[in-house]
Design a protein around this ligand. Structure first.
Ligand SMILES: [Zn+2]
Length: 384
């Protein structure tokens, strides 16, 4: 049930006090939350802001079923459509803000065909929206690293230009050289103190071996707490005993897991990971792009999908999914001042409902989204 109503007093973009019946302060603007539920700004820990077709007419999905089919199809579409990455990134980030997301980690394609064009676009959008939403950028070698000479140099440059993390993709499945790709990626990360976030779709034992290789390099470079594995389907494809070993390894190495609650692929063991102490985040991944027709950049919807995919029904388990799109995501992104306590950044979203469980079940339009103490969205629409 809902707790007693409280007031939240904000000064200088920071929460100063939270409590019932705070006295009005002359000159301080009052905003009515209408008795809704306040959450800290939602965290989308895995997007692709540069890829989206958001704002364009509907485009039927036409890629084949494999990762390689989708990469090739996207490269073709990218040439045909030649969209402006800054415009697309800003359009999708604004949509995310309208749904209460105030922190995004976006992978951004870097390859030998487009160079750093998409990176420059996302960095420009990030700059324009810097007072509204925080955006972490992962330089993402969508087309491979080892098999595309010149990519490692571009990744290196991307980090110097403003990407906080280096990405990777199926070091075995795409590059057929897991040690080669991981060494290149971790070498750059180690050199600049950047984080690492690897897309790992490779399944079963092939994926599990790569988790071990990522852990080895994370520990060798002292990058605990700075490395994530996105998707990690393999964690759900090995036997119980090996899954336990891998979970322990993730804990010991300080590696986080990001899952989107994939519809037709194995999902990492959400409860087991969290119970063991692995940081678990979630994200939209692609939103209405060459990879998928789906997505609305709504992290309450993502929490519902996590619950739906996991067979969760109780409030306690629904709360766990909400945690993955709030506090858990904030931990993975390494956000400071995150929360609803005094001294935290005044980033919050207010939605009508009686309980947190109901919020996930209903995903009501966000009544208010407040960033740094300023209303940035109202009634499900950006107002900035
Ligand atoms: Zn992705």
């Amino acid at each position: 049930m809902a707790g007693a109503p409280v007031d939240v007093r904000v000064a200088g973009g920071v929460i100063e006090r939270v409590g019932p019946g705070l006295p009005a302060v002359p000159g301080l603007e009052e905003i009515d939350g209408a008795g809704g539920i306040a959450l800290p700004g939602l965290v989308d820990a895995h997007m692709h802001l540069d890829k989206t077709f958001w704002g364009l007419p509907w485009r039927a999905h036409e890629a084949g079923p494999t990762v390689r089919d989708r990469i090739d199809n996207e490269r073709r579409l990218r040439r045909e459509l030649s969209l402006a990455p800054d415009v697309q990134a800003e359009a999708l980030a604004r949509q995310a803000v309208s749904r209460g997301t105030l922190h995004i980690r976006s992978h951004v394609d870097v390859d030998t065909e487009i160079g750093l064009r998409n990176l420059e676009g996302v960095l420009a959008a990030r700059q324009r929206l810097r007072d509204v939403v925080s955006i972490q950028v992962v330089a993402f070698p969508q087309s491979g690293v080892v098999t595309r000479p010149g990519t490692a140099e571009l990744l290196d440059r991307a980090v110097r230009d403003g990407a906080e993390l280096i990405g990777g993709i199926d070091p075995a499945g795409i590059d057929r050289d897991p040690a080669g790709q991981l060494d290149l990626v971790f070498d750059i990360a180690g050199r600049y103190g950047a984080g690492v976030d690897i897309h790992l779709h490779d399944g079963g034992e092939l994926g599990a071996i790569q988790i071990r290789m990522i852990a080895e390099r994370t520990r060798a470079l002292g990058l605990a707490g700075r490395v994530s594995v996105s998707h990690a389907f393999c964690l759900a494809m090995v036997d119980e005993a090996e899954q336990g070993q891998l979970v322990e390894l993730l804990v010991a190495s300080g590696i986080a897991i990001m899952t989107t609650a994939p519809g037709d692929r194995p999902m990492p063991p959400f409860r087991r990971l969290r119970a063991a102490g692995v940081r678990v985040a979630s994200g939209s991944d692609g939103v209405r792009d060459a990879w998928t027709p789906f997505g609305t950049a709504d992290m309450l919807e993502r929490a519902m999908l996590l619950a739906y995919r996991s067979g969760f029904r109780t409030d306690e388990l629904l709360h766990a999914t909400l945690d993955a799109v709030t506090r858990g995501g904030a931990e993975v992104l390494g956000l400071e001042g995150y929360g609803l306590g005094a001294g935290d950044r005044a980033n919050l979203v207010i939605a009508p409902g009686e309980s947190l469980g109901e919020l996930i079940a209903m995903r009501p339009p966000r009544a208010l989204v407040v960033s740094g103490g300023r209303v940035v969205a109202r009634g499900g629409h950006c107002v900035i």
